[in-house]
Design a protein around this ligand. Structure first.
Ligand SMILES: [Zn+2]
Length: 252
């Protein structure tokens, strides 16, 4: 069992950074909850705890004490940056070596690969949560709340889902997490209330050489273009569909 401790930065009376109508504490919590849900619903052999799962005040010592006494294998602190700038950066404690650096590389590389953020680099800092944790730890800074372009992304629930999923995929690689057997990455190219519209899109996709079929799901006719065991294959299909002028996304 791999024990992942997720630490949504700030909370309660500590809002963290605030700008553009956004509070850091709310965004870090949203990402953390999404990450927890992905890890629990999609992977076997992983156990997750959070330093907070609501908008509450938690001291830095309480956070690291909770992870230490639980015996976590990894500590993931999620933050949003401020101070002018744009993009993603990650932190580990100065001078650490493998496996902390290996884990950081897995998360950092996946996040900059799959999230639309500039790569600000792999950094070190003497932060409490990196210093006082007895296990490997990372702190991620996911965009700048006081930069309009980043703030606009952070306002979007789908974008936050992408950040959470990238953290999860990085953890999958770092800790060799195993996907639950039934989990398939499906590619959806459209969803319609009227079946004829779904059939029309499926026919168009087939004429362009894609595999496509219509599934009735939750009252909507979804046009599904493929289902894969690995996210990479699904992402590749989404890229090909987008090149062909179709909107598409991966779901499970
Ligand atoms: Zn912060």
């Amino acid at each position: 069992m791999v024990k992942i401790f997720i630490d949504p930065g700030h909370g309660g009376t500590d809002s963290g950074a605030s700008a553009n109508g956004l509070l850091e504490k709310n965004i870090t919590l949203q990402i953390a909850l999404l990450l927890r849900d992905i890890l629990i619903s999609e992977y076997d052999g992983v156990s997750v705890r959070l330093s907070r799962s609501t908008d509450q005040s938690v001291t830095l010592s309480q956070r690291t004490n909770a992870a230490n006494s639980w015996g976590a294998d990894y500590f993931v602190s999620i933050h949003i940056n401020a101070g002018g700038g744009t993009g993603f950066e990650s932190y580990v404690y100065p001078g650490v070596s493998a496996p902390t650096t290996t884990y950081r590389n897995a998360l950092h590389d996946e996040i900059v690969r799959s999230v639309d953020f500039a790569n600000r680099g792999k950094k070190t800092a003497n932060f409490h949560v990196l210093r006082e944790t007895s296990m490997s730890a990372i702190l991620t800074e996911n965009g700048f709340i006081d930069t309009a372009a980043d703030a606009n992304k952070l306002r979007n629930a789908t974008f936050l889902q992408g950040i959470a999923r990238a953290h999860a995929t990085g953890l999958e690689e770092a800790f060799q997490l195993k996907k639950k057997a039934s989990n398939l990455y499906k590619v959806q190219a459209g969803a319609f209330k009227v079946k004829a519209n779904a059939d029309e899109l499926a026919a168009t996709l087939k004429s362009k050489g894609f595999d496509a079929f219509v599934v009735l799901d939750g009252g909507m006719f979804r046009v599904q273009a493929g289902a894969f065991r690995t996210k990479q294959n699904a992402d590749d299909l989404v890229a090909r569909l987008k090149q062909a002028g179709h909107d598409a996304f991966v779901f499970q």
